[in-house]
Design a protein around this ligand. Structure first.
Ligand SMILES: *Cc1c(COP(=O)(O)O)cnc(C)c1O
Length: 401
């Protein structure tokens, strides 16, 4: 037996350095805590690393998705295709617009909705009602973008890229560059690739759309005199804009991200390459070590033409062949100081969606879910800790079989 690890290994966590702490305390000592210089700096840095023309910061990944579907003007009667294997928020924002979710199946090896699964979902729905498609880059991998775009057949594609900041694809593509879609959304929750505490963003190459997203995140209001429509109220006798005046053009929310959060996000973004390199190296170590446990335990199926930043390290475990329930395996790992999680219960099986849409069968997502277990992965994890996780899993398997 190896000795127990010095620390509990969660399935994911942030890595905060003294530079991050200093960046945040600088803002706390400054005059502006909410929308100050750090918001614009963070947005421009994020646009830089993703290769998109614009990035709009907001209060969470959920807010980013909500703003994106608001900007698509979705409403009752509209439908949006979402893969069933994702976090709740991807589908929930569609419902918050009064629109309906069409759940697509995923590939049982990769967990991704590809062109084929999208075509099947669209075929099932028939034409007309579907207004957008929201693919999810599960675990950090992306399905072939050309195939997805072909299957989407002109429908707007909004990628939920919350798992995939730092992922490279195709020839020179970077997740977030919006080469294959109108918008992409990100989350800076601490388990994601970079942490802002809470935080999110939308990237786009459409300048007018970016301006609209900024207006929607701030109550739908504008202070830009050029866009005022009520001249009688907006201007004084000389035609100058009144100093107190702002206008609300449409319904919006407060989804702003504070300067405090943006300072942390900016400081973290500077370390994105190092975080991704660490994640890739640890994932490669897992891949090699887990080969010993095949075919009982298999790494997530891989797609071509993609260099994922690996938000989570997902394995597929044959719990039936193992003769042990997943909960029991998780409990044994937890006793050994190893945190695990299941990503995700397919959304069509959630009570809310089952009540709304009835029993649906999506065998790819269901098979994937039956076998999924995410093992610890975070940038300052060590290779010895990876080996310890795999060895512990191996010991559990040996005892069980
Ligand atoms: C984390 C996540 C979200 C939501 O992000 P929050 O910042 O937690 O609101 C949405 N979609 C996916 C796929 C995610 O992983």
């Amino acid at each position: 037996m190896t000795s127990p690890p010095r620390r509990f290994l969660p399935y994911g966590r942030q890595q905060i350095g003294n530079d991050d702490v200093a960046a945040v305390t600088d803002v706390l000592r400054s005059d502006v805590l909410t929308t100050g210089p750090k918001v614009a700096a963070f947005e421009s840095a994020l646009a830089g690393v993703t290769g998109a023309s614009h990035a709009v910061a907001c209060s969470s990944g959920t807010a980013a998705l909500h703003l994106a579907v608001m900007a698509l003007d979705l409403g009752p009667g509209d439908k949006v295709v979402v893969p069933s294997l994702t976090f709740l928020a991807t589908a929930n924002v569609v419902r918050l617009m009064g629109a309906e979710v069409v759940f697509a199946d995923v590939n049982p090896e990769t967990g991704l909705m590809g062109g084929q699964e999208l075509s099947t979902a669209l075929g099932r729905e028939g034409p007309g009602k579907v207004k957008a498609v929201v693919p999810v880059h599960y675990a950090g991998q992306c399905a072939a973008p050309d195939e997805l775009a072909a299957a989407a057949d002109g429908l707007p594609v909004v990628a939920d890229s919350c798992h995939a900041l730092g992922t490279a694809y195709g020839s020179g593509g970077t997740v977030g560059d919006c080469r294959h879609g109108i918008m992409e959304t990100f989350s800076f929750h601490p388990v994601k690739t970079i942490a802002a505490g809470e935080g999110g963003a939308i990237t786009t190459n459409d300048g007018a759309l970016a301006e609209r997203l900024r207006r929607l995140r701030n109550h739908g209001m504008t202070r830009d005199p050029d866009s005022f429509v009520r001249d009688d109220l907006a201007r004084d006798g000389k035609g100058e804009a009144n100093p107190w005046y702002y206008e609300m053009a449409e319904l919006g929310l407060n989804y702003r991200l504070s300067d405090i959060h943006c300072a942390l996000g900016l400081s973290q973004l500077a370390k994105l390459d190092a975080f991704c390199a660490a994640r890739r190296a640890l994932a490669a170590r897992y891949d090699t070590a887990l080969a010993e446990l095949a075919p009982l335990v298999r790494p997530l199926g891989r797609v071509e033409d993609c260099d994922p930043a690996w938000h989570i390290y997902v394995t597929q475990i044959d719990f039936t062949a193992l003769g042990m329930e997943r909960a029991a395996v998780m409990a044994r790992l937890a006793e050994a100081g190893i945190g695990t999680q299941v990503h995700y219960l397919p959304l069509h099986m959630q009570p809310y969606y089952r009540d709304r849409y009835g029993e649906i069968s999506l065998p790819g997502a269901e098979t994937f879910y039956q076998q999924a277990l995410s093992l610890p992965l975070f940038p300052d994890m060590t290779e010895e800790e990876v080996d310890y996780v795999v060895e512990t899993l191996g010991n559990i398997a040996t005892e069980a079989t």
